[in-house]
Design a protein around this ligand. Structure first.
Ligand SMILES: [Zn+2]
Length: 438
C-alpha cells in the first residue's frame, strides 16, 4: 500500500453516470464514457477527467502516469447493507430468516465481544470489500460496542468511507446478546461521539429489527436520532412473511411493520431499510414521503427464500434504492455477482434490468440512497477519489464474450453476468491504491 497523497494521473477507459435520476429511462443518456481517458487526482479528490489527448499536457513531469490499457475505471461500488460479523457464516444451510438467525447468526455474533477477534475479522472484512471493488459500505456490527470500535479503527487506517453501528437488541434473542434500552442508548451515544464524522467515518443507529427491540428501546433509538439528526438509521424491514406477522403480534397498536419505526421517529432521508420485499401500499407511501431508502439485496433474498424485490415499483413510487450484498445471508461480497442476481430477480417479474441501470444502482444510486451523492458515486470534479479499475476480460469466457459484444451496453451486461472478484484489477480509496489483483 502506498501513502503518498500527491497528484496522480491515471489513463484508462473511464465510465460513470452524470447525475441522479428519477426514472431508469434517464440513466442511459447520462452515461459518460471516455474510451481513452485521463483522470487527475489531488489530495484524494478528483481534479480533472477527460480525453487523454486533451489532458496529457497537464500532467506534471514529476508525476508517473499509471496506464491501464483495456481496463475500465469506474466509481467504487457502494454496498448499502452488509453485516461484517457474518462473513464467517456465509452459506449456512437450510433455513429461512427467523430460524437462520437463531441457529446460525446469534451464536456467531457472540464472538465479537472479544475485541481482538473483532479486530481480526474487521481486517478480513475490509480486505474482502476492497478485493471486490467496494469502497463504501453501510455495515451492521454486533451488539458489542467493541465490534464497532474495531471496524472503525480498521477503516480509519485507510481513510475508507464506512458507515456502521452497534446493534441495539433487548429481547427475543439469547441472553448473551442482549443489551437494555439504557445500555444501548449509552453505548450508542458514546460511539456517535467518538466516531461520527471522524475523518470519513459515519455512524448508523442500528436496531436489528423490530422483533428484537422493545418499544422502550425503539424510543431510545428515536431519542438518539433526535439528538444526532445527521446520523443514519439502519435496520431491516418486511423481509419475510412470518417476520411481518410476528411484528404485528408484538406491536398490535401500530399500523403495520414500517409504522413501528415511523412512530418512533426512525424514518427519514438518512434511514436505510434492508429488503422491503412485502410492503403494503401505505408503507411504500411512507418510505416515499419520508425520503427513506431501501437496500435491495438479491442474493440474500434468493438464498433465504424471502421473495422478489419490486424494483420497478420503487422507481414508480420514487423511493431511493441502493444495492446490498447482505453478507452473510447474501452469498457474495461481489457487486458484479449481486447485479447478476438482481437481473434474475427482475426476470422472474417480467422486467429487464439493463446494465446501465444496474451500474447506476451500484454507484451513484447507492450514493443517493445514503445521501452521499455530493461526495461519491461518480467522477464530478471535487468528489472523493474512490474508484475501481475493472478488467472486463479476466477469464477466457469473458474475453470471448467481450470480443463479440457490439456496444458498451452489451460489454457491461456481460461484465455483470460473468464478472466476479477476478474482474477487480485495482481498487483505490481516497486516491490511494489499496488493492491490486495478484
Ligand atoms: Zn441484513
Amino acid at each position: 500500500m502506498e501513502h503518498s497523497q500527491s497528484v496522480k494521473a491515471i489513463r484508462a477507459s473511464i465510465l460513470d453516470i452524470a447525475r441522479v435520476v428519477d426514472n431508469p429511462e434517464d440513466i442511459e443518456k447520462n452515461v459518460r464514457y471516455i474510451d481513452d481517458g485521463l483522470m487527475l487526482i489531488a489530495n484524494g479528490r478528483i481534479e480533472w477527467v477527460g480525453n487523454w489527448q486533451d489532458g496529457k499536457d497537464m500532467v506534471p513531469d514529476s508525476v508517473r502516469i499509471r496506464s491501464y490499457p483495456g481496463k475500465i475505471l469506474m466509481p467504487g461500488f457502494i454496498d448499502t447493507h452488509i453485516h461484517y460479523p457474518q462473513a464467517e457464516m456465509v452459506g449456512a444451510y437450510g433455513e429461512q430468516l427467523l430460524e437462520w438467525l437463531n441457529n446460525y447468526t446469534f451464536p456467531t455474533e457472540a464472538r465479537y465481544k472479544d475485541k481482538d477477534y473483532a479486530r481480526e475479522m474487521s481486517a478480513f472484512f475490509l480486505k474482502q470489500l476492497l478485493r471486490n471493488g467496494t469502497t463504501t459500505a453501510l455495515v451492521f456490527g454486533t451488539v458489542h460496542p467493541e465490534s464497532v470500535d474495531a471496524l472503525f479503527e480498521a477503516a480509519e487506517n485507510i481513510n475508507m468511507r464506512i458507515i456502521a453501528g452497534k446493534v441495539m437488541m433487548d429481547r427475543n434473542a439469547p441472553d448473551y446478546l442482549l443489551d437494555t434500552p439504557e445500555t444501548s442508548y449509552n453505548q450508542t451515544k458514546e460511539l456517535i461521539e467518538k466516531w461520527h464524522k471522524r475523518g470519513r467515518l459515519l455512524y448508523a443507529i442500528t436496531p436489528r429489527f423490530a422483533p428484537t427491540s422493545s418499544p422502550e428501546q425503539l424510543a431510545m433509538a428515536g431519542k438518539l436520532k433526535q439528538e444526532y439528526p445527521d446520523t443514519y438509521l439502519h435496520t431491516h424491514l418486511c423481509e419475510n412473511k412470518n417476520e411481518i406477522e410476528w411484528v404485528k403480534e408484538l406491536f398490535p397498536e401500530q399500523d403495520g411493520y414500517l409504522d413501528v419505526y415511523h412512530q418512533h421517529g426512525l424514518t427519514g432521508s438518512k434511514s436505510v431499510f434492508a429488503h422491503c420485499i412485502h410492503l403494503e401500499d401505505k408503507e411504500w407511501d411512507c418510505l416515499h414521503d419520508t425520503d427513506s431508502a431501501i437496500a435491495f439485496c438479491p442474493t440474500s433474498n434468493l438464498y433465504l427464500g424471502s421473495g422478489l424485490f419490486k424494483l420497478q415499483e420503487a422507481w414508480q413510487r420514487k423511493v431511493k434504492v441502493g444495492m446490498g450484498t447482505d453478507i452473510g445471508a447474501g452469498t457474495t461480497f461481489n457487486m458484479l455477482q449481486t447485479l447478476n442476481e438482481a437481473y434474475k430477480v427482475m426476470q422472474l417479474q417480467q422486467h429487464r434490468l439493463s446494465a446501465f441501470e444496474a451500474f447506476y444502482l451500484a454507484t451513484l444510486g447507492g450514493a443517493k440512497s445514503l445521501s452521499l451523492d455530493h461526495l461519491i458515486g461518480n467522477f464530478d470534479i471535487g468528489k472523493e477519489a474512490d474508484f475501481v479499475v475493472i478488467d472486463p476480460c479476466s477469464t477466457p469466457l469473458q474475453q470471448l464474450r467481450f470480443d463479440s459484444s457490439k456496444d458498451l451496453a452489451e460489454e457491461l451486461f456481460v461484465l455483470m453476468t460473468l464478472g466476479d472478484d477476478r474482474s477487480i484489477y485495482r481498487t483505490y480509496v481516497d486516491g490511494r491504491l489499496v488493492y491490486e489483483r495478484g
